[in-house]
Design a protein around this ligand. Sequence first.
Ligand SMILES: [Zn+2]
Length: 430
Amino acid sequence: METTGQDEHYEAVLNKKILAYTTTLNRKWLAVNRTASTFISKYEGWLDTKFDLPKKGKKAVDLRGRPSKPFSDLSERAKIRKVKPLVETISTDRLLWATRVSLFKEGKHAAADLLKQSTEYSPSRPAKIRTTFRESLVKDKIISYTVDEALAHMVNCRMTKNVYHQTRLGLKEHGVNVYPSYDRIREAKKLCYPEGIEIYEFGASIPLQSLLDHTVRRVFQTFDLPEDFNFFEKYENAEFIFKWGCDGSSGQTEYHQSFNQNTHFILNEPQSNSDGDNDSDDCEQNRITDANVFLFSCVPLRLTFGITDSTNDIIWKNLTPSSTRYCRPIKFLYKKETKYNTCKEVEAIEDEIKSLVPIEIMINNISVPIHCKLVMTMVDGKVINNLTDTSSQRCFICKCGPKDMNDLKNIQQFKINENNLKYGLSTLHA
Ligand SMILES: [Zn+2]
């Protein structure tokens, strides 16, 4: 084998030398326009150089040119070419045995055993070994958090930026890089904010249209609708139901923040509007203060695709409707929950609801209008009484007081205000 290799190499070196010589000769010959006399005179020196042949039989290193590569460094094709004579003359059984014996000799016992396992038993065994190996790879594979998953995890665990950062670096040091960088979390966070947030002296608000638009789009991002899904083939309309409401909270910590009192007039309510709510007092009541917060929020409940006058398919459903998880703030104000404020602010939102336009969502390149329906159910007794102009001692549907309840004859006389049925039953009847 050794000699054959050297012979091959010698021949290659010789060929290379001859090729180099003829190329140069050709170039020079053309340079003198194929005139023999000019050629001889011009290149006398070059013609006199000795063309020395490499000596045969010398060691490969002494020969000029590229020494032959070891077998393991050869390309796949070259390897196939090299072993071709072996494969053609020796049977597979013998080759396998030979391989096993030489592996064993080299101390590669595991490899030798694996070769035996995969060739000597049932024909399905190699496939089984491979599957087991691949499965074990998948099982141990570390799956990183996506940016949104990491953000959700951060919010759920109430992690601060610092805690997140430290956890991430700590894991990284132990060779587990599963958390995305905080910069990317910040980017993802920005995507959670709707457009058009307004902040003013005594509160902040988001245009309802913008808030619903953003919420619906984000919910749609979580779907995996089939690629051939065509909305108008199966359905006629899409409706997204939200619940909304408001509540006030007083006795919040005051942070001695100085407010621009010029906005005072906005808060100043007519004195005549006072009721038994103790909000009839003086100017001190209407001073802007962060002790009272009046919050309006909405919660997405479900999305249905349907055909008019037919059953609807529920596409998405809020599984935790009472949880704050999906709660979206519409606005908050540093105001007291008075009758005047409640009526005024609820009216403002109802106006916004009336002017809502359907949200156009692209589903598989088809624009589908989503109609939003908002129902005001997130209200407590105080808000209902304020809105329906009822005292807390009377039922807001039939206006009866506790005294009339026990006389069953009165049942027929109660006049039901159907408009107020949307708020549910009064606790007085319970
Ligand atoms: Zn009643």
